[in-house]
Design a protein around this ligand. Structure first.
Ligand code: SOE
Length: 405
């Protein structure tokens, strides 16, 4: 992207961003790109060059609403633009691999929403393309934004510093309830051909990535159960979903999981448990975790994301217990750029931090995390969960006992 006089004076090199997709994640990423330069002092200034979507009128309206200078209806034209240096992929998983590999091969940096892909094979091809691009000085990152909650970045630092001692338990749940109503229509997230999987890839991907991020090691093995509670749902509009004729009121098959429950083991011997569901009535976006070690425990609840609970087991039992760390000090991750202590951040700030970390990596030539290789590692855990659940092999039936419990 060409530099203006002003940019030459401020020393902030402009970097053009091109975003594919403009729904929930597109809006969240746009917030990150618009805000990052106003909060963090970086040698690069992101320019929202163009946003892309198939529906011309809708994407032009989105460009206006979200602050993008132009609109494209073909992602290939977006990748070809000279004023785009970063391709930001905010589409359903079935298009991640094609767009990311083309963008990397065209010399662009890439940010790709999670999960990295719909299959391990796609994720492997993406990781290989990212490796090739790395040699050319390009970076690629996956949008596991919860790593950038300051409280969770602090948790990782504390664990790495040994504050928990040897990890024994890694326990995460991610609970939502937007599918409890059987009348909720068959959207793309409920179709395997579009989303790859259901709660497992959407919510489970986050907690698998966080487990590995916090533990500092990959999950080595899993045993799993998955379930689809509501197997048939009304079609949004037959034509738009491509499944039936104009204005159909027919139903369609749900082809993904509604919930996944699985255990895991780390190479260090620590045990993990995971639960991802869209049927936890009353839970809106409840990502919760607790890690227990030989010297203490950490606990976190996304619905109270400025807080981290810490128990130091090395303290005398008569005065120890979980205490709340309010993660708003300038010495906490990312917080120096924001408000004075106690003023708190929210969900959207994780996308500002994500934009910061990507731009910082481009400016310094470092590899940002999570890399596509980290995204592939998560994809392999998701595939193992699906394989274990399909085999049902590790699920041992308990002999029936004629008793009222
Ligand atoms: C699912 O509804 C969802 O939007 C996920 O796709 C996001 O990754 C998560 O951050 C919020 O919930």
């Amino acid at each position: 992207m060409r530099e203006t006089e002003h940019e030459a004076e401020t020393g902030k090199r402009p970097l053009g961003v091109g975003m594919v997709g403009y729904s929930f994640m597109g809006a969240a990423h746009s917030q990150g790109w618009r805000t990052v330069g106003r909060v963090f002092d970086l040698p690069l200034r992101p320019v929202l060059s163009a946003v892309c979507g198939r529906d011309g009128a809708a994407v032009r309206a989105a460009a206006d609403r979200l602050g993008w200078a132009a609109a494209e209806t073909d992602w290939r034209a977006l990748v070809a633009r000279d004023d785009v240096d970063i391709i930001d992929i905010c589409t359903p998983g079935d298009s991640h691999a094609e767009i990311a590999i083309a963008a990397l091969d065209a010399g662009k940096h890439v940010l790709c929403e999670k999960p990295l892909a719909n299959t391990v094979e796609e994720a492997e091809a993406m990781a290989e393309a990212a490796e090739r691009a790395r040699a050319r000085g390009q970076v690629a990152m996956v949008g596991f934004n919860y790593r950038r909650v300051p409280a969770l970045a602090l948790a990782r630092q504390m664990i790495a510093d040994g504050r928990l001692g040897t990890l024994r338990h890694v326990r995460l749940t991610y609970l939502q309830d937007w599918l409890v109503d059987p009348g909720f229509p068959l959207t793309w997230r409920l179709r395997k051909d579009r989303a790859g999987s259901g709660a497992l890839g959407d919510l489970g991907a986050h907690i698998v990535d966080l487990a590995q991020f916090l533990a500092g090691e990959p999950v080595a093995g899993v045993s799993a159960l998955t379930e689809t509670f509501v197997r048939e749902r009304p079609l949004l509009d037959g034509v738009s979903s491509g499944l039936t004729g104009e204005g159909s009121t027919a139903t369609g098959q749900v082809t993904v999981d509604d919930a996944a429950v699985f255990t895991g083991r780390f190479p260090s011997g620590a045990l993990a448990s995971f639960e991802a569901t869209r049927f936890a009535a009353g839970r809106k976006n409840a990502l919760r975790l607790e890690l227990n070690g030989s010297n203490g425990s950490l606990a976190f609840d996304l619905e109270r994301l400025n807080e981290l609970s810490f128990h130091d087991h090395t303290e005398p039992a008569t005065s120890s217990g979980f205490r709340r760390i309010l993660v708003t000090e300038p010495g906490h991750p990312y917080l120096e750029a924001w408000w004075p202590p106690g003023h708190g951040l929210g969900y959207e700030h994780t996308f500002v931090h994500q934009a910061h970390d990507l731009l910082h990596a481009i400016a310094t030539g470092e590899q940002p995390e999570p890399s596509f290789a980290a995204g592939l590692s998560v994809q392999r855990v998701l595939a193992a969960v699906e394989e274990s659940a399909a085999k049902n092999s590790v699920y041992t039936l308990v002999a029936a006992t004629p008793v009222t419990v």
